[in-house]
Design a protein around this ligand. Sequence first.
Ligand SMILES: [Zn+2]
Length: 340
Amino acid sequence: MKRYLQTLVFFVVATAILPMILGTATGRGNDVSITDESEKMTENESSPSKPQTSAPEQPPRDTFRVYVVSDDVTLTLSLEELTTRVLYAEMPASFELEALKAQAVAIRSYILYAAAHPQDDERHPQADICTDYSHCVAYRSYEDAVEAYGVVTADDTYCVMVDAVAATKGEYITYNSEPINAVFHAASAGRTESCKNIWGADVPYLQSVETPESDDVYREKKAFLPSELKSLVEPLGVNTSYNPQSWFTETVRNDSGRVDSVTICGTTLSGKTVRSVLGLRSTNFSVEFVDGYFVVTTVGYGHGVGLSQEGANTLAQNGADYHTILAHYYPCGCIMSPTA
Ligand SMILES: [Zn+2]
């Protein structure tokens, strides 16, 4: 029992620390409200291995007001500079260049979309976008990196981001001639999630697709005493019974393998709710009762919709270029490139 717990604690700590050792960026993918674009889908659109590429009729907007939450200031940044800073927060410099380039194009698209569809929660009416990754985007400036890692590491890593952004300068993805809401996440372990399963809107370019990545990178185990679990789920209306072994009775998974719902002591909760109250990395989890503990094993990290950063890196390692990666995760999209 003690050895089991020691092993479990080590595993949890190791999986938490490993991304830091590897230089994994601070972002965990983005999250936004999404409107239903399914009605815009036309019959001839499919999932090509390479996206259509064309030149935009007009260059996109180039400057954005960015509310930097940590400094409580609003900056005006160019699209390329903002893309660089978001990329720096989202992916480690150790990732493949083609994966970084794909992420850069996705970020540029996401910024253009977000600025054109401001959220109506009045969180930052003075700015187009903020640096709270749970609201708008993750963000790291060169100065932030110098403070965190020192000049040498900051120089080595920031220039990788600058190169990836410069190699895709001005490129973004469109659907029906509009920048797409190019959401992304850290890892998916097998299949990405559809937008419909997470946010309810059926978006043609945000469908569930296979993603060729290991499910070990962000695998996490968390252990809960029955009393701990009880205190977390009782506010949700779950009346726990005497015998913890019979608390979890039914788990329903959706077509991407993630948990759609869980029934605990006769009360059914959504996978998203359970992820939130237990602080899990994704809705792709399973629960066992072992040695008096509920052990929750989670694979993947993030909402699972759109580009998977780990998957993009694996595809790049296998020889895919960034346009192929983008076509894989955002089917139906068209790349707008000033050089097309
Ligand atoms: Zn925001």
